[in-house]
Design a protein around this ligand. Structure first.
Ligand code: GUN
Length: 285
């Protein structure tokens, strides 16, 4: 039997409607509209597309949004000065520095400069630490979107074997922390993992986040498993594919996310959710 498709666009649409309603109530109550500022350094074409999409969604959901554009040659000091200004601005609630930044800028230093309660990416060490002790504050958007997708689709996590392929700070590690705090038995695999295929084949929930096109094949999937594909890779032909070989995987899996239209829309939806949440956190203080 073919797998059930987890439709990220539809789920993101539902989440967006919730955020829109909450933004309206927040604005009416506090007389302040939640605002996100995205900072982009340089001209990376993919980053420009992502930033435009974040800005557009913010405005659609009734929030304010500003994009600060710095040139490829901007110095680290200039970028840090922008962050300092946004940290101090009471009308701005969320700050996101689009990654990657040019090589002459230390991204770790930049992410640490953002106030933790404005860190809508959830990348600041304070937010990473809170997540690891089960106190979710502002949580990285992509893995958080995966969790929301499972929740909304009625897929339980507690007691399941979850295997995460990839150990990045943006997806793999926070994904593992979120699954663990929801009582899954979590295995994190990576390029040095021995016999990866058989580890993956034990998974009730398999999350692929390695950035290798169509890496996960049928033999790596337990029949009926939930397969979540976080990858977005462009083939030389121009076609967009995930980290999972979709056609054959969907013959075996119970549920599967497509690429595009799976996890991607959830990432933006959770950024909107985090911006609203950041505004709430700041008004509490
Ligand atoms: N570049 C690719 N993904 C992300 C993300 O989640 N956040 C930021 N800031 N930059 C990215």
């Amino acid at each position: 039997m073919a797998a059930q498709i987890l439709d990220g666009k539809e789920i993101a649409g539902k989440l967006g409607e919730q955020v829109r309603a909450e933004v309206k109530a927040f604005t009416a109550k506090h007389g302040v509209t939640p605002m996100l500022t995205v900072v982009i350094v340089g001209e990376d074409p993919a980053s420009k597309v992502y930033v435009a999409s974040k800005h557009k969604t913010c405005v659609e959901l009734g929030m304010k949004s500003e994009v600060v554009r710095l040139s490829e040659t901007a110095t680290e000091e200039e970028l840090l000065a922008v962050i300092d200004r946004l940290n101090a601005d009471p009308l701005n609630h969320g700050i996101l520095v689009q990654l990657p930044v040019p090589k002459h800028i230390d991204s770790e230093k930049v992410l640490e400069r953002i106030r933790p309660d404005k860190d809508v990416d959830g990348f600041h060490p304070v937010n990473v630490g809170k997540l690891s002790i089960g106190k979710e504050h502002l949580v990285p958007c992509t893995p958080y979107g995966v969790i929301k997708m499972l929740e909304i689709s009625g897929i339980s996590v507690a007691g399941k074997n979850a295997v995460v392929i990839g150990r990045s700070n943006i997806v793999g590690k926070p994904m593992a922390a979120l699954l663990l705090s929801r009582s899954a038995t979590v295995t994190v695999t990576h390029s040095k993992t021995k016999d990866l295929a058989s580890v993956c084949a034990q998974a009730d929930i398999l999350v692929a986040a390695i950035g290798k096109p169509e890496f996960v094949t049928k033999d790596m999937i337990k029949p009926g498993a939930v397969v979540i594909d976080v990858g977005i890779n462009r083939l030389p032909t121009g076609k967009l594919v995930g980290d999972v070989k979709f056609d054959e995987a969907s013959e075996v899996a119970g549920y599967i996310t497509p690429v595009p239209g799976g996890v991607g829309p959830l990432t933006i939806a959770m950024l909107m959710y985090n911006t609203l949440r950041a505004a709430e956190l700041q008004l509490q203080n």
